[in-house]
Ligand binder design. Structure first.
Ligand SMILES: [Ca+2]
Ligand SMILES: [Ca+2]
Ligand SMILES: [Ca+2]
Length: 382
């Protein structure tokens, strides 16, 4: 009877978390439909016997209370998880003092859970051939999850409430989550007239001292252990910190088809103030991780921006990634002048500076015109 009650409570608990997470579907100009998660309060996980099994999952949360205790404390317990009881390597099985435990690889608000084409496309093969009329989908299992590293622990951006939309529903605006003296939020944009998804990861230092920010963006590709790096911006097929973009696909080896969209991951721009401090992407692994480290002065806001493009062909992914690495036009749509000037990992020149500096230019023209008027007045007086 007691066991039945625990199972019931567990199911109730999991279903409650699942209900809280929402999703917004956005289709780009190429017909690729992105599934963006909002108000994430879900995790992928299961029961565990020891903590040490999962101790390397720095982005996981664990709890060691009995189910009844967790359920009684409701959402309060989750608040506790996100503010510090994340699994760390210092935990051992001796931490568990009760009979039940559960581990969870916690997801993040604003992650792309999936991307699939709404229509058939002609896809390129590993060898350069073409497959006509293919149904392409399963771009991601989880993509562009995000954490801030606090005291060596990666704390997820999650459990932060519902999102809203702007830009005619094309940009999802996520709420602010506080990490000590840092405030963090996200905006995710998919245009109807171009082919990409853009993330703005927005951090503000609300403290009185300069603050080191370590932003961790991790993901899981749909290509699983058939992931192949087809190209990177510095000319090889190895992911490195100086790579601006990376192109991946799902290998045909061992499969009849490779039906995942070919992906161009754009992680930074050339000559940017802040580059990636760590990049992980390997063949035969679906795991992705890009990290950025930077210092924010008191009151300063910094934005780490990422793009991904899904394309039917490798060449399409490569060409779009090259364009997005120096973002202009649609790639900067629905960004405020303040947001453009806060971007750290791309050097925004033409578009951004034009907008940011237009007020300065107008002011300068005004001052010059006043000087001309004054000189004319002086001439007349003379
Ligand atoms: Ca998937
Ligand atoms: Ca996967
Ligand atoms: Ca490379």
């Amino acid at each position: 009877m007691k066991r039945t009650a625990i199972v019931f409570l567990f199911c109730l608990l999991v279903s409650n978390f699942a209900f809280a997470t929402g999703e917004i579907f956005l289709v780009d100009a190429g017909g690729l439909q992105y599934d963006i998660l909002t108000d994430v309060t879900t995790s992928s996980g299961s029961t565990c016997s020891t903590w040490t099994t999962w101790s390397s999952w720095l982005t996981s949360v664990c709890w060691w209370t009995t189910w009844s205790t967790t359920l009684t404390s409701g959402t309060t317990s989750w608040t506790t998880f996100t503010s510090g009881t994340t699994c760390s390597t210092t935990w051992t099985s001796s931490s568990t003092t009760t009979s039940s435990c559960w581990w969870a690889s916690i997801m993040a608000s604003g992650q792309a859970d999936e991307a699939s084409y709404t229509h058939t496309v002609s896809a390129s093969t590993v060898g350069g051939g073409m497959v006509p009329q293919m149904h392409m989908g399963d771009a991601f299992d989880r993509y562009n999850m995000v954490s801030l590293r606090r005291n060596l622990i990666d704390v997820r951006y999650a459990y932060n409430g519902p999102a809203s939309v702007e830009a005619g529903g094309r940009q999802i605006v996520f709420p602010t989550q506080t990490f000590d003296t840092l405030e963090f939020s996200r905006k995710v944009f998919v245009p109807e007239n171009d082919e990409f998804c853009r993330w703005m990861n927005i951090v503000t230092n609300t403290g009185v001292n300069p603050e080191l920010v370590v932003l961790v963006i991790d993901g899981d590709l749909g290509s699983d252990n058939n992931t192949l790096i087809m190209d990177t911006s510095n000319g090889n097929t190895t992911a490195e910190t100086d790579d601006i973009w990376l192109v991946t696909m799902q290998d045909f080896d061992g499969k009849i088809t490779s039906h995942n969209p070919r992906l161009g991951h754009v992680i930074q721009g050339p000559d940017a103030a802040v580059g990636a401090s760590s990049v992980f992407l390997e063949n035969n692994s679906d795991q992705t991780k890009w990290e950025y480290e930077f210092v924010l002065a008191p009151g300063e806001t910094g934005i780490i921006m990422n793009f991904v493009t899904g394309q039917p062909t490798i060449e399409g992914a490569r060409q779009k990634a090259i364009l997005l690495s120096q973002p202009a036009g649609v790639a900067l749509d629905y960004m405020t002048p303040e947001e453009k000037s806060a971007v750290l990992n791309f050097q925004l020149t033409s578009d951004a500076l034009l907008t940011v500096n237009s007020a300065i230019v107008l002011a300068a023209v005004g001052v010059a015109w006043l000087a001309v008027l004054r000189r004319r007045k002086n001439c007349r007086a003379a």
